[in-house]
Design a protein around this ligand. Structure first.
Ligand code: PLP
Ligand code: MN
Length: 367
């Protein structure tokens, strides 16, 4: 019989490696975030770069979020076609191929929002929309550098100049400012994270005010991630936060910001070889767990994971139960977003029984 896991199966029936989600823990993470942030009246627009899933986007909206973010245009194409169209694309859309794709996406879905950080980038989109015959302008935010130094126009005169330029383009409608303080998300010291975040928020909200003084109608001021959203929402003028990782977490985030949210996702693995005591090999390597933020963690205490190549990993034994060939263990990813990008499906279970199976809709959508 062909391998086809289904709802009602036990996770012990799954082949490995498999990506599994503990629904009780995931739902508790969602409730904690909503409980903490919704009472402030702020809009929560979760970043779907983490889940890559239209089903999870809807679950988050059912819990109180409004809309979602995607990083890339190709993610927006997929998620919109799955019926979830209230999306902000948080990366700049640059180059003729991408701009042409944007025009076609916008033709179908007028609710998508984009960011720009250069006059040339904004003008190319304006020109393409002018040629398209589409009447409506595309909702546009100026992307501001609030300290990450990744994308974003510089605050002050350059930002004012860009806002003026965008406002002068017929096919772009300036509605807001995005300023993402990604460099602060993993600061270990909570006070330092808070202080630095408030500095970034001052830059962001002062820029929004300066735009308004120039006559621009700024309705959206969007920012924040899992590590900073709780501080962003306390700042008058911030209208929206974009946390993503909180839903599943990872060891990198947990080590930095603590255990308010739980690690709800893990990669199920099998011990496939044991040639000597304490010399254990499992079936997860670089193709199932990323290592950019350190090695994944074995949930079975007393074992330390190491990479043995694309398909294999080692578990060094220091303490704890003896593991044997065929035993199964759970690995907690060190960095959730790129790890999910390595898998086709989530197997969501409650106490070991699979309740839902979700495709990773935007897996590989990096354009
Ligand atoms: N907003 C933007 C623009 C991002 O790039 C990211 C993540 O990299 C987020 C929000 C979400 O951050 P996190 O996953 O840390 O919650
Ligand atoms: Mn990430």
């Amino acid at each position: 019989m062909a391998y086809s896991p289904k709802v009602g199966d036990s996770i012990s029936d799954l082949d490995t490696p498999s990506m599994i989600v503990d629904l009780d823990l995931m739902e508790s993470n969602i409730s904690k975030l909503m409980g903490q942030l919704l009472p402030t009246g702020i809009n929560i627009r979760p970043h779907l770069k983490t889940t890559k899933s239209a089903i999870l986007a809807r679950k988050l909206n059912d819990a109180g979020a409004k809309g979602g973010c995607v990083a890339k245009l190709s993610e927006a194409e997929v998620i919109c076609d799955l019926g979830f169209t209230d999306l902000l694309i948080t990366c700049e859309i640059i180059g003729p191929a991408k701009v042409a794709r944007l025009v076609e996406l916008f033709r179908k879905y007028k609710s998508i929002r984009i960011v720009v950080d250069s006059e040339i980038g904004a003008s190319e989109i304006d020109k393409a929309l002018a040629k398209s015959g589409i009447e409506e302008p595309i909702l546009t935010l100026v992307d501001l550098d609030v300290g990450l130094h990744r994308t974003g126009v510089q605050p002050g005169e350059p930002a004012l100049q860009l806002a003026k330029h965008v406002a002068g383009l017929k096919h772009l409608k300036l509605i807001g400012v995005q300023g993402y303080e990604g460099h602060l998300q993993h600061l270990h010291d909570r006070e330092e994270r808070k202080t630095s975040c408030l500095e970034s928020m001052a830059t962001l909200t002062q820029t929004a005010e300066a735009f308004r003084k120039e006559g621009h109608n700024i309705e959206v001021v969007t920012t924040g991630g899992t590590g900073t959203a709780e501080f962003c929402v306390t700042v008058p003028g911030v209208t929206e936060v974009q946390p993503g990782s909180f839903i599943f977490m990872d060891t990198d985030y947990r080590n930095a910001v603590g255990t308010f949210y739980s690690n709800s996702l893990s990669i199920l693995a099998t011990v496939i070889s044991k040639q000597a005591h304490k010399c254990i090999t499992i079936d997860t390597g670089l193709k199932s767990l990323t290592t950019d933020s350190g090695f994944a963690e074995c949930k079975t205490l007393g074992y330390t994971y190491g990479v043995l190549g694309d398909e294999h990993g080692s578990l060094a034994w220091t303490d704890g139960p003896d593991l044997n060939v065929g035993d199964r263990i759970e690995m907690i990813p060190s960095h959730i977003d790129p790890t999910i990008n390595l898998h086709d499906f989530y197997f969501a279970h409650r106490k070991g029984v699979i309740e839902e199976i979700w495709p990773v809709d935007t897996r590989g959508k990096v354009q």
